[in-house]
Design a protein around this ligand. Structure first.
Ligand SMILES: Nc1ncnc2c1ncn2[C@@H]1O[C@H](COP(=O)(O)OP(=O)(O)OP(=O)(O)O)[C@@H](O)[C@H]1O
Ligand SMILES: [Mg+2]
Length: 223
């Protein structure tokens, strides 16, 4: 079973944009890919449209219902904070097991590639005492690191890569997602990263990217 954990150098880097793009590409190729967003914060139950789970369901061609929401994003919290803090605001103390349980269940029942979107950046707290990186390490599935071309992205990317490598979870690929209003040229940022990360697959994603075939291949989702 192919699976991929989608993490990033930080929040708003394009994890959902890229996960949805991969889902559409794979499903368009007849591959029954599905997504899971185990924990989502900043989720307004009165207006779920446009949320990460809603966008992922749309990319899967599924209607937004309470059942489909429960399946794709079982842990949903209102405050636009890191998951631990958003959960605590509702009197919930998230454990690592709370996050791993739905991931393991989705992995066990998957009939095609499963794309799991993290929350925030690679070391954002996902549960009490556990970052996103701890979740990746516990799941033991390949991870995609989404980075950007915003000023400071190279340092964030190299830091994230080093942390992932140290935890034995070096990313299988890095998606260099062109940031809005980037002050660094897209190609220049990619070339700079390549010089520091020789041999690491870097896949450019332009603004409004439509072709997710190279990224799907780089992540081994087409095999
Ligand atoms: N390559 C791109 N082209 C056009 N828009 C993009 C691109 N990448 C990201 N965006 C847009 O930027 C915004 C932030 O991206 P997105 O929601 O995918 O980030 P995220 O990493 O999933 O954030 P979060 O940490 O909240 O889950 C969204 O409006 C998304 O549509
Ligand atoms: Mg997202």
């Amino acid at each position: 079973m192919r699976a991929l954990f989608i993490t990033a150098t930080g929040t708003d880097c394009g994890k959902t944009f890229i996960t949805a793009g991969l889902l559409r590409h794979l499903r368009g190729a007849g591959i029954a890919a599905r997504a899971l967003k185990p924990v989502v914060s900043g989720f307004d139950p009165a207006a779920p449209q446009g949320s990460d789970p809603a966008l992922l369901l749309e990319a899967m061609g599924e209607a937004l219902t309470s059942a489909s929401l429960d399946a794709i994003a079982p842990l949903r919290f209102k405050a636009p904070l890191a998951p631990t803090m958003a959960a605590r605001a509702e009197g919930v103390r998230l454990t690592l097991e709370d996050i791993l349980r739905p991931c393991a269940a989705a992995l066990a029942s998957a009939t095609g590639p499963l794309l799991i979107e993290g929350a925030g950046g690679v070391m954002s707290p996902m549960a009490e005492g556990a970052t996103c990186l701890d979740v990746i390490a516990a799941l033991r599935i390949p991870a995609l690191l989404v980075s950007g071309t915003y000023l400071g992205a190279i340092s964030h990317t190299l830091t994230a890569y080093a942390a992932m490598q140290a935890a034995g979870c070096a990313p299988c690929a890095i998606a260099v997602n062109e940031s809005e209003g980037s002050s660094v040229s897209f190609r220049e940022a990619e070339a700079e990263l390549a010089a520091f990360l020789p041999g690491v697959p870097l896949t450019p994603i332009t603004r409004g990217e439509m072709d997710f075939s190279p990224l799907a291949a780089a992540c081994g989702l087409l095999r």
